[in-house]
Design a protein around this ligand. Structure first.
Ligand SMILES: [Fe+2]
Length: 167
């Protein structure tokens, strides 16, 4: 068995990234870590990653596309189903050893890994604004998309994040 420490972040589909970014910054006081364009290697191809503390993101909003291809075709929602709402929940484990233990345990439990294991960044999946974490993805029995990760980027308090990026 492995040890999960917390829910680290959640992902959501949105029909309007600008509107969600405005709400989570102006109303909720979050900061933008990165805002990615249509070519980004994320579900839907565009996203905004927001944080309320120093971790790379606590919430991420993906553009719900009409027809754009996804890096994660295995994700539980079909393109037609991509309205606003839940996309994935990410559980944090303390370090790489625990993450490897989690991978072995979950695979050993007969659960199919849908995506990964992967590192989100130029050293891994090529997403330059990626959060640097090691991650893998699978679904629970209801089809909810689950991520288990470690080693997410943590910014110094004064760091503003990466802002707008092209990928
Ligand atoms: Fe995630």
């Amino acid at each position: 068995m492995f040890k999960t420490t917390k829910i680290g972040h959640m992902g959501f589909w949105t029909r309007d990234i600008d509107r969600m970014q405005d709400f989570y910054t102006r109303v909720m006081g979050f900061r933008v870590t990165s805002r990615s364009g249509p070519g980004a290697k994320v579900p839907g191809g565009a996203a905004v990653f927001l944080r309320c503390d120093r971790s790379h993101h606590e919430v991420v909003f993906f553009q719900a596309p009409e027809s754009a291809p996804s890096l994660y075709p295995e994700t539980s929602s079909s393109l037609e189903e991509r309205k606003a709402g839940f996309q994935h929940v990410a559980f944090e484990v303390p370090d790489r050893m625990e993450w490897l233990r989690a991978l072995k345990h979950i695979e050993g439990s007969g659960v199919e890994i849908k995506y990964g294991p992967v590192v989100h960044g130029p050293e891994g999946d090529g997403f330059h604004a990626g959060s640097g974490n090691r991650a893998f993805y699978f679904t629970d029995p209801d089809g909810n998309y689950i991520e288990v990760y470690c080693d997410i980027t943590v910014f110094p308090e004064e760091e503003t994040g990466w802002g707008n990026v092209l990928d």
